[in-house]
Design a binder for this molecule. Structure first.
Ligand code: GTB
Length: 218
């Protein structure tokens, strides 16, 4: 069985591991599943061969013995269901861990994306100064709720799960915002995730892609 994922040939995050192949790489490393990476340019992402793998012309996609999947959450869930260590065996804890994958992507991530995207791309717009505090308030509301639920636990559902993996993957997008100074327990939660050997391997691999792309273009 060969697993191949797609990733940016030149990630705009400059190797920070913020693009969505990072969560998939991390899950594969946690599950101990070897994989290959098909690097795609922005142009190739919009062409038919890649669109057959990812209908919206984005990364990541996933291939495994005839199965072609897209959506990073669905890919991580698929990996978690077939590899060890990413979902608890106990049925209720397992269901709750899966719920955290969905929560990360559909409840936590939307305000995080709006906030970070505006900071990146809308600073020169007339509405930016007035709107950004509103977006920050929405992010803080979710961070506060997540912080309350996590409390002083290491992980959301007892042991580390794909729910933590996806939640931390989303939280990392706020890394440069400074917001975690007000949420030390969430900062420690992210650090616990990043300290996992599987995260470290995944991070190093995506960073190596970026470093090679710089060498090749320089
Ligand atoms: N819902 C899909 C999923 O979860 O798989 C969303 C996939 C997605 O947004 N892919 C982005 C993409 O391919 C890359 S990850 N974009 C190209 C396009 O749409 O043409 C999003 C991303 C991009 C850049 C940074 N960054 O520079 O920090 C972070 C995250």
């Amino acid at each position: 069985m060969t697993i191949t994922i797609s990733a940016f040939a030149q990630s705009p995050d400059r190797g920070q591991g913020l693009a969505r192949d990072m969560g998939v790489r991390w899950a594969l490393e946690e599950a101990g599943l070897p994989y290959e990476v098909r690097l795609v340019s922005f142009a190739a992402m919009k062409e038919a061969p890649h669109l057959a793998h990812q209908p919206f012309g984005q990364i990541p996609s996933y291939e495994e013995d005839g199965l072609v999947l897209f959506e990073s959450g669905a890919i991580v869930l698929h990996i978690a269901e077939r590899g060890p260590g990413l979902l608890p065996d106990e049925p209720h804890a397992r269901a709750r861990s899966i719920a955290w994958i969905f929560a990360a992507l559909s409840t936590l991530e939307p305000p995080v994306i709006e906030f970070t995207m505006a900071a990146l791309f809308e600073r020169d717009r007339p509405w930016y100064e007035a709107r950004q505090p509103l977006l920050e308030t929405r992010v803080r509301a979710r961070l506060g709720q997540l912080d309350s639920r996590l409390g002083n636990n290491d992980w959301l559902e007892g042991t580390f799960s794909a729910g933590d993996l996806m939640t931390i993957t989303v939280l990392r997008r706020l890394g440069s915002s400074g917001l975690f100074a007000d949420y030390p327990r969430l900062a420690a939660y992210i650090a616990r995730g990043e300290a996992r050997p599987a995260f470290q391997r995944a991070f190093a691999d995506q960073l190596a892609v970026f470093t090679r792309s710089q060498t090749a273009s320089g």
